[in-house]
Design a protein around this ligand. Structure first.
Ligand code: ATP
Length: 300
């Protein structure tokens, strides 16, 4: 493991913003920190980056207290977006690269690469203040990793991006991971977390509800989501064995929640009755559904 949080707590007077948080991140993985507004994600990031002290607990990088680690190995996209408004896009990126002691020729190669990759060629020489919100975010993002940190923290990197730019960012995150970077990010968009993360931590009011692999989290709930396309009515489907909930959707599609995945074969027999069926799909709950159940509905 490369990053470890051991019983990390942050208190502001009587208020506990982060409560005995434990998780580990392996080298070269993408780790997601998920939680509602105010759950403690930014506070956790700031403690890892040593921008804020922990009240209790220990954070280590490669076994060393993170405080003692060379700052150049870290990259950070803060939640508050900010770039120098009067500086041109390219100048900003040079500035951030040089700040980390990078050679200008190396920075140029990387700037060319990322500007092209993020579709910013036409904006290269314009002042940052004239950029759209999404383009500003892309520039700030490049600035956060232009120095090739070993560990990159991205606070809500997807917020405010359109679907095309979201894809560009996802590809960039995977590319950086493939180059050996370890990446920790927060997001409210569960499908992005589901697509990118190997491991994750679910935070609720500063407490970890789950920390581990996405598949292990899904297995806790089992394959209980059954999507079928059938001519059966809501009433008929509701009477099938093991069905606890039915939601009718468009195009004769229905989503059944099963008590247990073991009921699926019997339902298959009842629905198909030896004949053709257009759709019968038994799945794990999506991360979005798990999050709503674990965090949103106050069931925990
Ligand atoms: N300096 C501070 N003094 C007192 N309370 C604070 C301070 N900074 C943060 N908090 C509180 O700590 C809690 C966690 O805040 P934090 O910003 O870490 O949440 P978050 O998960 O990043 O939320 P969001 O998704 O809205 O960005 C919140 O209730 C916040 O009000």
């Amino acid at each position: 493991m490369v990053l470890q949080l051991k019983d990390v707590t942050k208190r502001y007077r009587d208020f506990v913003a982060v409560d005995r948080l434990n998780f580990t991140i392996e080298k070269g993985e993408i780790f997601g920190l998920i939680g509602q507004n105010g759950a403690g994600k930014t506070t956790t990031f700031r403690m890892i980056l040593d921008l804020q002290d922990t009240t209790e607990g220990l954070i280590t990088w490669d076994g060393q207290p993170i405080k003692s680690v060379d700052r150049d190995i870290l990259g950070y996209l803060p939640e508050e977006r900010g770039i120098f408004p009067q500086m041109k896009v390219e100048e900003q990126l040079y500035f951030f690269g040089e700040l980390h002691g990078m050679d200008k020729a190396v920075i140029k190669k990387d700037i060319d690469f990322w500007i092209q990759r993020f579709d910013l060629e036409e904006k290269r020489n314009v002042k940052a203040e004239t950029l759209s919100k999404g383009n500003k975010q892309k520039v700030q993002l490049i600035a956060s990793f232009i120095h090739k940190p070993k560990f990159l923290i991205l606070d809500e990197p997807f917020s405010g991006l359109d679907p095309v730019n979201m894809e560009l960012l996802k590809d960039a995150i995977l590319y950086l991971r493939d180059q050996g970077m370890t990446i920790l990010f927060s997001s409210h968009q569960m499908d992005n977390v589901e697509e990118l993360c190997d491991h994750l931590c679910l935070l609720k009011r500063g407490e970890s509800l789950f920390s581990g692999s996405l598949l292990d989290l899904k297995k806790q709930y089992g394959k209980t989501k059954l999507t079928v396309r059938t001519d059966k009515s809501f009433e008929e489907l509701s009477k099938f064995p093991g069905v606890v909930h039915v939601k009718m959707e468009r195009d004769s599609q229905a989503v059944l929640t099963l008590e247990d995945e073991s009921y699926a074969p019997a339902i298959f027999d009842l629905l198909s009755n030896g004949g053709y069926m257009e759709k019968f799909s038994l799945d794990y709950l999506s991360l979005h559904e798990i999050f709503k159940e674990k965090v949103g509905a106050g069931l925990v």
